[in-house]
Design a protein around this ligand. Structure first.
Ligand SMILES: O=C[C@H](O)COP(=O)(O)O
Length: 248
C-alpha cells in the first residue's frame, strides 16, 4: 500500500432499489474503526436516502456520473450540484461504461470532472485500456492519452482520485498480474507528477476490475495502489467489508 490514505469505493452501477439500502446500514455498522476512507455510489435514485442512513458514520455516498451544467434543459441528466444537494460527497466520471454506452470522450470527462469540483465533490476519474489495446501493447500509451485529455488543470489530492480500470477486467473475474497493475499505477502517478508537480503524488490511485475479498489482499498492498473501485463485490456489505478489511 502506498503512503496515501486508502479509499475503498463501491459502484453499484444500475443495481439496487430501496430494499438494498439495508446494505448501507450494514456497512455503517461494519466500518466503525476502519483504517481507510469508504464510499458507495448507488443509483441516483438512492443517493439521498443512502446519505441519510450514512449520516456522520464516515461512509461517503456519491454519484456515478454528472452533467457538465449546473441545471437546464437536459432531460434525464443529473447535475453535480444535485448530487451534492442530495448529500453526495463524490462523483465518478469517465467510467468505461459511460465512455462505451454514451460515447463519452476525454474532453467531456474533463468537463464533468470540473463540474464535480464546481459542486464541491471529490471526483473519481476512470481510465483504462481495452482488451485490444492490451493485446497491441498500447496500455501505457492509452493511459497517457486519457490522463492528458481528461484530467483538468488544477487537480489536487483533495479534489481528485484516479481509478485505473482495465476494461477487460470489469465484471469478468479477470485481473491483470500484480506486476501489470503496479506498472500501470506507477505510470499514472508519474504522468500526474510530471504535469501537476510533486504534490500530485498525493492523488490517490484506485485499482478497479474484478476486485473481490479473495484478491484484495494481494492487490491493495502494491506500492502505487491507494485503494479500489469495486463493482459487483460492493453490492453485498459482507463482501465489501472483506475488501475494506484488506485495506486496513
Ligand atoms: O466501477 C467499478 C468497476 O467497473 C469494477 O467492476 P467489477 O468490480 O464488477 O469488476
Amino acid at each position: 500500500m502506498a503512503v496515501n490514505r486508502p479509499l475503498i469505493a463501491g459502484n453499484w452501477k444500475m443495481n439496487g432499489v430501496r430494499a438494498n439500502l439495508a446494505e448501507i446500514d450494514a456497512l455503517v455498522a461494519g466500518i466503525a474503526g476502519a483504517d481507510c476512507d469508504v464510499a458507495i455510489c448507488p443509483p441516483a435514485t438512492l443517493i439521498s436516502e443512502a446519505a441519510g442512513r450514512a449520516g456522520d458514520s464516515g461512509l461517503m455516498i456519491g454519484g456515478q456520473d454528472c452533467h457538465t451544467a449546473a441545471n437546464g434543459a437536459h432531460t434525464g441528466d443529473t447535475a453535480a450540484e444535485m448530487i451534492a444537494d442530495a448529500g453526495g460527497k463524490l462523483v465518478i466520471v469517465g467510467h468505461s461504461e459511460r465512455r462505451a454506452d454514451h460515447g463519452e470522450g476525454d474532453a467531456l470527462v474533463r468537463a464533468k470532472a470540473e463540474a464535480g469540483w464546481r459542486a464541491g465533490l471529490l471526483v473519481i476519474l476512470c481510465v483504462g485500456e481495452t482488451e485490444a489495446h492490451r493485446r497491441a501493447d498500447q496500455t501505457l500509451d492509452v493511459l497517457s492519452q486519457q490522463l492528458a485529455g481528461s484530467v483538468p488543470d488544477g487537480a489536487t489530492a483533495d479534489k481528485l482520485v484516479v481509478a485505473y480500470e482495465p476494461v477487460w477486467a470489469i465484471g469478468t473475474g479477470l485481473t491483470p498480474s500484480n506486476d501489470d497493475i503496479q506498472a500501470a499505477h506507477a505510470h499514472i502517478r508519474g504522468e500526474l507528477v510530471a504535469r501537476l508537480g510533486p504534490e500530485a503524488a498525493g492523488i490517490r490511485l484506485l485499482y478497479g476490475g474484478s476486485v473481490k475479498p479473495g484478491n484484495a489482499s494481494e492487490i491493495l498492498p502494491l506500492p502505487d495502489v491507494d485503494g479500489a473501485l469495486v463493482g459487483g463485490a460492493s453490492l453485498k456489505a459482507a463482501d465489501f467489508l472483506g475488501i475494506i478489511a484488506a485495506a486496513g
